[in-house]
Design a protein. Structure first.
Length: 200
């Protein structure tokens, strides 16, 4: 649809409302040029992601990866578990629940230093093909993911109290979420059962 600037001035609000209602751009002619009034939809954060061939094997295996472990003797920020980071990078966001996707879209995202270390472990044992720093750089640029630098003393204080897992990565990832009193997006059933602020 095309109108003159004079016609637009006479019916400005009606014309803009019509563009919003129909989604059809409005062309305004002025001095031989055409200016368009269009509706710009809010971009979905997940739409910034592009596919990467990163995961070796079944992506589901990253949820509960069995690894050697040590013997036992706070806009709202949401933390991500390690498999959630890899899935976002590898374009397997379809694996996320609707609730998890909504939290990712609407909140600032962060990971603990322990997630960085677990990503390095996955890289070293050949479960992912992309270097962890490349993954984190991409997710920082595409969806604003940052690495938290929380107080390590508080993290270890909470980790000492966790007795429902012997997985050192899970223990410290959850401990940091507890120390910062934030939610953690994870599909790990053990974490979901034992950490009240875990989300899936």
């Amino acid at each position: 649809m095309s109108i003159s600037l004079t016609a637009l001035r006479q019916n400005l609000f009606k014309s803009v409302d019509q563009v919003i209602a129909t989604g059809i751009p409005l062309e305004v002619k002025r001095k031989g040029k055409i200016v368009k009034i269009i509706v710009e939809d809010k971009k979905d954060k997940l739409a910034n992601l592009i596919p990467h061939d990163c995961i070796v094997g079944d992506p589901e295996d990253l949820v509960d990866l069995h690894i050697p472990h040590w013997n036992e003797e706070p806009r709202i920020v949401i933390y991500l578990d390690t498999h959630a980071v890899v899935w976002l990078y590898d374009d397997t966001d379809k694996k996320f629940s609707n609730k998890a996707k909504e939290e990712i879209r609407n909140n600032d995202l962060s990971i603990s230093q322990m997630v960085r270390l677990e990503l390095q472990y996955l890289y070293e044992i050949g479960r992912i093909k992309t270097h962890p720093e490349a993954i984190l750089k991409y997710l920082n640029q595409s969806i604003g993911l940052i690495v938290s630098n929380s107080n390590s003393v508080a993290i270890f204080d909470h980790a000492i109290e966790i007795d429902w897992t012997r997985d050192v990565f899970d223990r410290l990832i959850v401990a940091q979420a507890m120390a910062d009193n934030v939610s953690l997006i994870t599909k790990d059933k053990n974490i979901l059962s034992n950490y009240s602020m875990a989300i899936w």
